[in-house]
Design a protein around this ligand. Structure first.
Ligand code: ATP
Ligand code: MN
Ligand code: MN
Length: 657
């Protein structure tokens, strides 16, 4: 269950503290595998921490000053929590091991992606990266922090090619910079050469002229580096390489000398990289923004607040233009199919809903002290039957282009060895609600378990996840991170909770859970769809409208087929998030549970699932995969997610019960 935070959670000096990031990790919990990058000041390894793939940054420490620098970087990193900034998972700050453990970002850094992979992002994807990066820098500047080393090599890309700013090796609080310079002036009358060397930082081609002139770094110096970086993203050209190649071809000058020439040209002649071309589709307002970002005079450059306002407006303008020309056509199953809509999607997805959900999860589980938290135990009598659990899952987007299913597996909640939770979310109108819920609900389950019975815990977790998601969407609309007002993503949800010998299943929507008892299926959920008369009546009672359209009953204008879900805020309260709960006492007859999204059940009956399980190797992951691939073969048109949980000991050698 993740890494423990030992108390007191501080570094050896006591200068770095964190309530959520462990600052001591036992050597047995991690290993360093191969190095991925060797910098002047550190080696970054691919590694493993507590079973998860991580990036381990190991600074090269030779002097006390290096160690001071490590503590400073750690202090800063402990304060940061933003989806556009690389996530520090843990650190070790005790001699002889000084290590940073970061979330592993799969898709290279932006410099490698552009120049080794020769990646050319679409304008919409580039805009998404630019705005996410601007928000990360706005966040830092609001905290009074200057990054001082903004460049493509310090921007890591995750599997979706979303950017995460990293490398705080040169970052400083603005106020500290001021005092350093004042002290220096006082003690020596003028800055010394050593002082300049130490403070003239960042990579030359991204450095603002005032830094090259050896003046103090300000927020506007980060803005300059941002401008050069996003121009590189749009052109795919390393700044000045065209120039430099020429210089090298025509002279035998040392690199150092051409760099001096370059510096002089940037400072005195206002030389800048070649601006991206409007013909390649870059909006002219974006080009103008880049030019303002790299203006020679810091006071003429916009702040990140200004930059974000302008970017929002550029993006909204692009959408308006497209909306007028190309109206997306609505299909029966609520899927909007239209190529022109891709950039809209890219913008909606520029909000990382998983990360937002994770933040909620962290917040809700931090609200109660994990040490004091115990899970509600309704039965302390000795049990007649103790299930032995093993589980596995498989998720596939099937024939769809996008994946809108998510799931979570949460074993040993609050370190209780016999309490486990599993959940599946099936998104519609985008993946946002599903991505958010799969991260947020585990946090709510952990924090709520101590309060009520398992059944009320599940109901509360569903309602809280729904409320949190809709709040978050609202505030995104207010801050204009979501400018499309008629975007109302939702997801169906099913969660199973095993508490010793009891199984609780909560369901909102049309995911399904079955239990195999003595060889026969027992349905533990009922589908909440408008074709079900009771559900239809309930929707109408709660103020919703249902109508027959094409081939079935549907709810409201969006013509939703499901009648309960998380999100879908245009249809609340009629399309409620409140789940129906079943409670089952497990006995020796109970073999396994299958939880799956409707992509499986569309093409397979409960009985067929049971018979397929019969001749599959009894390993939960393999069973899940077999069921899902069979559903694809049978022509399921939907995303498919399957979780199988065995309830009694199984041997993988056993083929048939
Ligand atoms: N979390 C991560 N996931 C994947 N790769 C990473 C991660 N962190 C760092 N890297 C890789 O290691 C490189 C160096 O990381 P970082 O910039 O933090 O180290 P550094 O020693 O400060 O480098 P520099 O030479 O730029 O000062 C990155 O450019 C990236 O390629
Ligand atoms: Mn770096
Ligand atoms: Mn660095």
């Amino acid at each position: 269950m993740g890494l423990e935070i030992t108390v007191p959670n501080t570094c050896i000096r006591g200068c770095c503290t964190s309530s959520s990031i462990p600052l001591h990790v036992p050597p047995s919990s991690y290993s360093l595998l191969s190095p991925i990058a060797r910098g002047a000041e550190s080696v970054v390894y691919e590694g493993n921490l507590d079973g998860n793939k991580v990036a381990v940054k190991k600074p090269i420490l030779s002097t006390t000053e290096d160690i001071n620098k490590f503590h400073k970087e750690l202090q800063l990193l402990c304060k940061l929590d933003h989806p556009g900034i690389a996530t520090l998972i843990a650190a070790h700050a005790k001699p002889p091991n000084y290590l940073f453990f970061f979330k592993f970002y799969e898709s290279l850094n932006l410099a490698q992606k552009l120049h080794l992979d020769e990646w050319t992002p679409s304008i919409n994807h580039a805009l998404m990266i630019i705005i996410q990066l601007a928000k990360a820098l706005q966040y830092l500047h609001n905290l009074g922090i200057l990054h001082r080393d903004v460049k493509p090599a310090n921007i890591l890309l995750d599997e979706k090619l979303y950017p995460h700013l990293t490398d705080f090796g040169l970052a400083e609080y603005k106020n500290d910079l001021k005092s350093v310079s004042l002290e220096n002036w006082k003690s020596s009358g003028k800055p010394t050469g050593g002082f300049h060397k130490k403070n003239m930082v960042g990579t030359l081609i991204y450095m603002a002229p005032e830094i090259l002139r050896k003046e103090l770094h300000t927020e506007k110096s980060d803005v300059y580096s941002f401008g050069v970086t996003i121009n590189e993203l749009l052109t795919g050209v390393v700044p000045y390489t065209d120039l430099r190649a020429e210089a090298q071809a025509h002279t035998v000058l040392e690199m150092n000398y051409t760099e001096q020439q370059l510096t002089a040209a940037v400072v005195s002649d206002e030389l800048r990289p070649v601006l991206a071309a409007q013909e390649s589709g870059v909006p002219s307002r974006l080009l103008a923004l880049i030019q303002r970002c790299w203006d020679a005079r810091p006071e003429n450059r916009p702040s990140f607040d200004d930059i974000i306002k302008e970017l929002d407006s550029i993006i909204e303008h692009r959408r308006d233009v497209d909306d007028r020309h190309l109206r997306p056509c609505k299909l029966h199953d609520n899927q909007v199919v239209d190529g022109s809509n891709n950039h809209l999607q890219a913008y909606q997805e520029s909000i990382n809903w998983s990360t937002l959900g994770e933040l909620f999860s962290k917040r809700s589980s931090n609200a109660t002290d994990s040490k004091l938290r115990t899970w509600h135990r309704p039965f302390d009598k000795p049990l007649s039957h103790c299930p032995t659990l093993s589980w596995g899952s498989y998720a596939t987007c099937g024939r769809r282009e996008t994946m809108e299913d998510t799931h979570f597996i949460l074993p040993s909640i609050c370190n209780e060895k016999d309490i486990h939770a599993f959940g599946i979310f099936d998104g519609h109108r985008g993946a946002a609600a599903a991505e958010f819920s799969a991260k947020a609900m585990p946090g709510f389950l952990q924090s709520l378990g101590s309060i009520g019975s398992p059944a009320t815990t599940l109901v509360e977790a569903f309602l809280k996840t729904d409320a949190a998601f809709r709040d978050e969407l609202d505030s995104c609309r207010k801050s204009r991170r979501v400018t499309q007002r008629d975007w109302h993503p939702g997801c169906t949800a099913v969660a199973a909770l095993v508490v010793r010998n009891k199984l609780f299943v909560a369901n909102s929507g049309d995911c399904r859970t079955i239990l195999c008892r003595a060889g026969s299926p027992i349905a533990l959920t009922k589908d909440h769809v408008a074709s079900c008369p009771e559900e239809r009546e309930r929707v109408i009672r709660d103020g919703g409208q249902v109508h027959w359209q094409v081939d079935t009953w549907r709810v409201g204008l969006p013509a939703l087929q499901v009648t309960r879900s998380i999100g879908d805020d245009d249809l609340k309260p009629a399309v409620t998030a409140e789940p129906e709960i079943t409670e089952t006492t497990l006995s020796a007859d109970d073999e396994y549970v299958v939880i799956a999204s409707d992509g499986l059940w569309d093409v397979m009956s409960n009985k067929e699932v049971i018979s397929m399980m019969k001749d599959t190797v009894k390993e939960a992951g393999m069973c899940s995969k077999r069921l899902a691939t069979e559903a694809v073969e049978r022509g399921s048109k939907d995303n498919i997610t399957v979780i199988v949980v065995f309830l009694r000991p199984v041997s993988t050698a056993e083929r048939i019960y």
